[in-house]
Design a binder for this molecule. Sequence first.
Ligand code: GTP
Ligand code: ZN
Length: 343
Amino acid sequence: MVHVSYIGGSPPSHEPLPSGTELARVARVDRGRLTVLTADGERRVHPAAALHDPDGVGAPAVGDWVALRGELAVALLPRRSAFTRTVAGRTSAAQVVAANLDTVLVVDALAGPTRARRVERYLAVAWSSGATPVVVLTKADLCDDVPAAVAEVQEEAIGVEVLAVSVRTGEGVEALRALIGPGRTAAMVGPSGVGKSSLANALAGRVVAPTREVREADGRGRHTTTARELHVLPGGGLLIDTPGMRELGLHDDEGVDAAYADVAELATRCRFRDCAHRTEPGCAVAAAIDDGRLDPARLLGWRKLQAEAHRQLLRADARARAAEHARVKALHRAMRDQPNRVR
Ligand SMILES: Nc1nc2c(ncn2[C@@H]2O[C@H](COP(=O)(O)OP(=O)(O)OP(=O)(O)O)[C@@H](O)[C@H]2O)c(=O)[nH]1
Ligand SMILES: [Zn+2]
């Protein structure tokens, strides 16, 4: 058994590579060109024709492993996990935002408004990717009672590790790096201003992302055109930081159910499959609320998140929009025809 270590982390298991090719990890994609990390450093390459897939998920994305032959990426290795998003204005076309993630850092700040609901939203997104979420609460130096704040979030993030960090004091940074682990890949999601750039810099031990202050001072965008979006951390972990990851919203129900596993599990035990958990007989969710096993706020949160996921889907998918239109029209018709039965 030969162990080869790659600068870009551990590649997924794969078929033997054709002779004359080497493995590389995609660190950036811009205008179809790839910046890749190879065993001997960074290189810019072109994807072969076989890897052109303007309509789907077949094109290389940040975090992907590719087989190189010289200046050409000739094959895309199977992905361990992937974050996808639907392409605006297209029907059911998906785009890979980041591939082969082990960990998704759900970042929020220990300063400002209450976090629990917001964290849950991003947790839902994280679960849907196939990677393991970790909640990172930043700006611990601005919080009077860190343990209480962590406990509050922990309560909503069942089974998920919650970590407090501060780039001012350095608290938690080393622990987070260890948690990502050598050869493993993490990416950050979370709202603007919570300190993702600062965290990326602290984890990398060097400036890899301009923070808000820097951006405001020089008036330029976040990224220069050559900056890579996959960073090697001290200790051998990897961090993906792309605008696409930062902008991720909700896009499916699967993630919602993962964040509300308790509610979703109860819902499978309702007598009716299409139970709305309001006044239906045999509703397991209502029963759990009645005897105190389920916090009604959880049901409310679940409903809100589902409604939001549904709205996002509608926005992204023109076909669903047309179907929704037809459904509403049919509903109106039903109301007109049977005014007493439909409220
Ligand atoms: N006190 C304190 N401030 C922090 C910490 N981390 C970040 N900040 C500040 O929070 C602000 C936002 O930080 P950024 O790192 O730019 O936030 P971001 O999440 O990258 O923001 P976007 O790029 O808009 O997504 C800056 O003013 C930082 O200096 C921290 O640990 N403690
Ligand atoms: Zn029910």
